[in-house]
Design a protein around this ligand. Structure first.
Ligand SMILES: C[S@@+](CC[C@H](N)C(=O)[O-])C[C@H]1O[C@@H](n2cnc3c(N)ncnc32)[C@H](O)[C@@H]1O
Length: 267
């Protein structure tokens, strides 16, 4: 890829998603975009850029963003967040709360919102409650995986066996086994496309906990700051924000107060 074409890709990606590609990432972008181009049998970067720009469905833009950012995720990733979440849900239930709202702001393929769902349902025990989890992402491709909720034997590994049994429907055996999220999880989880770089967001909130994890790393300070302001607006007083462990808010002006590593409160 020549540097003029690289600059066009960088500007397009920033304009459409807020993802800030550093100027020294030409080799990385060439490799990642090149992979997508091979799948389409296109061998010229300018032709591929035209394809993205002229796709009226926006589907190729999603594929481009997918190839630039990573959708890597895992069930119960950064497990201390789920331990903290379970404690809070028990505390809130003990004090009489029966309505809970959670937001997984860059949900990727669903492991994060379903981990929230399993944690909350388990913490609630038999207490009847009104629980909803909103899962959003910019990529319609990953949201499709989310709503199907089907995971391989390898993907399901971090899910404790008792949760697998209680919350998933297993088909097949051994390495070929698949696990589909059951109705208890799907009933309380909603999916929507949302671009975190386009503020203000249409939701009203308020959310008890916002999971905004491993996505701010892609943004520059301007986009991060606006995103955090929206997270703050949508979080209820006494509610929490969880970020990825590599995404400290230090240095970004935010009204959230730190309470534990990568956990913030709106007090
Ligand atoms: C590394 S995954 C993080 C998944 C999950 N939150 C976790 O921590 O495991 C990053 C996700 O951010 C999404 N993403 C990137 N830019 C975005 C944007 N501008 N708006 C919304 N989602 C975005 C990607 O599509 C991807 O699914």
């Amino acid at each position: 890829m020549d540097s003029a074409t690289f600059d066009k890709f960088r500007s397009l990606v920033y304009e459409k998603s807020g993802i800030a590609i550093k100027p020294d990432k030409i080799a990385l972008v060439t490799a990642r975009v090149g992979k997508r181009m091979r799948a389409l049998a296109i061998d010229d970067f300018k032709l591929y850029l035209d394809r993205v720009l002229n796709d009226p469905t926006g589907g190729e833009l999603v594929m481009l963003l997918d190839s630039i950012s990573t959708n890597v995720t895992d069930f119960f990733r950064e497990n201390h967040h789920f331990t903290f979440l379970a404690e809070k849900v028990r505390e809130w239930t003990d004090s009489g709360t029966g309505r809970f709202r959670f937001w997984s702001a860059a949900s990727s393929t669903g492991e994060e919102p379903y981990s929230i769902a399993m944690t909350v349902l388990s913490a609630l025990g038999n207490v009847p409650s009104d629980v909803k989890i909103l899962a959003t992402d910019i990529s319609t491709r990953v949201l499709g995986v989310c709503s199907k909720g089907v995971y391989s034997a390898r993907q399901i590994e971090p899910v404790p066996p008792e949760y697998r049994q209680r919350f998933f429907i297993k088909t097949g055996t051994g390495e070929a086994a698949h696990y589909e999220a059951g109705s208890a999880l799907k009933r309380i989880t909603q999916f929507a496309r949302l671009n975190l770089s386009e503020v203000p967001f249409p939701m009203k909130g308020p959310f008890d906990v916002v999971f905004c994890r491993n996505v701010m790393i892609y943004f520059d300070t301007i986009v991060r700051k606006k995103l955090l302001e929206e997270c703050y607006r949508l979080c209820r007083k006494g509610g929490y924000l969880f970020v990825g462990h590599a995404e400290t808010l230090t240095g970004i002006l935010s009204a959230f107060k730190p309470v534990a590593p990568s956990i913030y409160v709106k007090d």
